[in-house]
Write a protein that binds this ligand. Structure first.
Ligand code: NAD
Length: 355
């Protein structure tokens, strides 16, 4: 076995159905009594539920969380937090809301409890991506990691089917890149394989029956494992491409991950035989070929496969390749051939098969 290093991220995790009701006792155990609740404008009713569970004892509700954590929203929320005299944060929502919680707690040091309602995985990473003047930059610091995660499967039942599928593939993408990370290790490989297995099984079941608590539980469990991979080891070409496409061309987060993943995996495949082998075992109906297994899953989920459907222009393909190559992440296969990367993005833009 190769030598490796492994550091686990601290944090308390509570998982199950109805677990949101544990919030009052968890806050009390921490000696906290005035949380500021964070959400998006679309999830104010879930934030109100949090307030009711706490018997109205919250410092306030800030409901303006926005995708890609714009700095102006964060500064507004920090001001609101100061004026409300809160002593902690409870973020309820997907990566956008959790990102806001991270951005505030990093600046002000508040204890942050997060209640995730998508499969994006931000709740278990010490990373936040913030946008200022149209540019997205990423900060990583142990202080950014939320102190507690309450996974309540019931809250994911309302996640629309399409978003459930793409958010689940977003999670799988974290595990895929963890399997060939430069700083990978056997523990994370186990989490990655189990995370992919759970999600690949659960997502078609969720599509068939979005209110199935057992399917939703398996999906959320998989999302936690895949998020842990994201929070523990470095990501490569796939995440770089999605970061570029989301940050510079405004493409939606989980849908972009879903479209790009087979292309990035096919590009890296020749250099990562053991990751391909592990993935093919975790993906049903792969017939020993991980890219095929992923395509089978995406076909079952009936998700969009082309970036042009989301408004990306053909002339942006070359620009995206240039940005992705300008400051590349480490990748198991060299990323120095502009034509090859441009062709990868073009195929994803057009919705052609991965090669
Ligand atoms: P999101 O948080 O933007 O949510 C998308 C929409 O779905 C929002 O309107 C939200 O209110 C709604 N929604 C969420 N859960 C719902 C539910 N259960 N029922 C009904 N509606 C629901 O989407 P996301 O994909 O979770 O997060 C994307 C953002 O998170 C991006 O900005 C991305 O960069 C960031 N992210 C960061 C990390 C990290 O480690 N820092 C990891 C993953 C994603």
């Amino acid at each position: 076995m190769d030598a490796f290093e492994y550091s686990s991220n601290p944090g308390r995790v509570i998982f199950g159905s109805g677990t949101i009701k544990r919030l009052p006792q968890e806050l009390e155990a921490l000696g906290l009594s005035r949380p500021l609740v964070l959400c998006t404008p679309q999830q104010t009713s879930q934030a109100e539920d949090v307030k009711n569970i706490l018997g109205g004892k919250v410092a306030g509700i800030f409901s303006q969380a926005t995708m890609h954590t714009p700095i102006e929203v964060t500064l507004q929320a920090v001001k609101y937090a100061e004026e409300s005299n809160c002593d902690s944060l409870v973020s309820i929502g997907g990566g956008s809301t959790i990102g806001l919680g991270k951005a505030i707690s990093f600046r002000k040091g508040f204890y942050h409890i997060t209640i995730p309602t998508t499969y994006a995985g931000s709740e278990v990473t010490p990373v936040v991506g913030e946008t200022e003047n149209g540019r997205k930059t990423t900060k990583s610091d142990p202080k950014i990691l939320p102190g507690m995660v309450i996974y309540d499967v019931d809250l994911t039942l309302t996640l629309p089917v399409g978003m459930s599928s793409t958010s689940g593939i977003n999670a799988i993408a974290h595990a895929v890149e963890a399997l060939y990370a430069r700083n990978g290790n056997p523990i994370i490989n186990l989490l990655a394989q189990e995370g992919v297995r759970a999600l690949a099984e659960a997502l078609p079941e969720v599509k068939k029956d979005p209110k199935s608590v057992s399917a939703r539980s398996k999906a959320l469990y998989g999302a936690w494992l895949c998020g842990t991979c994201l929070g523990s080891v470095g990501m490569s070409l796939h995440h770089k491409l999605c970061h570029t496409l989301g940050g510079s061309f405004g493409l939606p987060h989980s849908e972009t991950h879903t479209i790009v993943l087979p292309h990035a995996l096919a590009y890296n495949a020749p250099n990562v035989p053991s990751a391909m082998d592990a993935l093919s075992k975790a993906l049903p109906e792969s017939n020993g070929d991980a890219v095929h297994g992923l395509n089978v899953l995406l076909a079952k989920l009936e998700v969009k496969r082309d970036l042009k459907s989301f408004g990306m222009k053909e002339e942006d393909v070359a620009k995206a390749a240039e940005i992705a190559l300008s400051n590349p992440y480490w990748n198991p296969r060299k990323v120095d051939n502009r034509d090859a990367i441009q062709e990868l993005i073009r195929r994803a833009w057009a919705g052609e098969d991965a090669k």
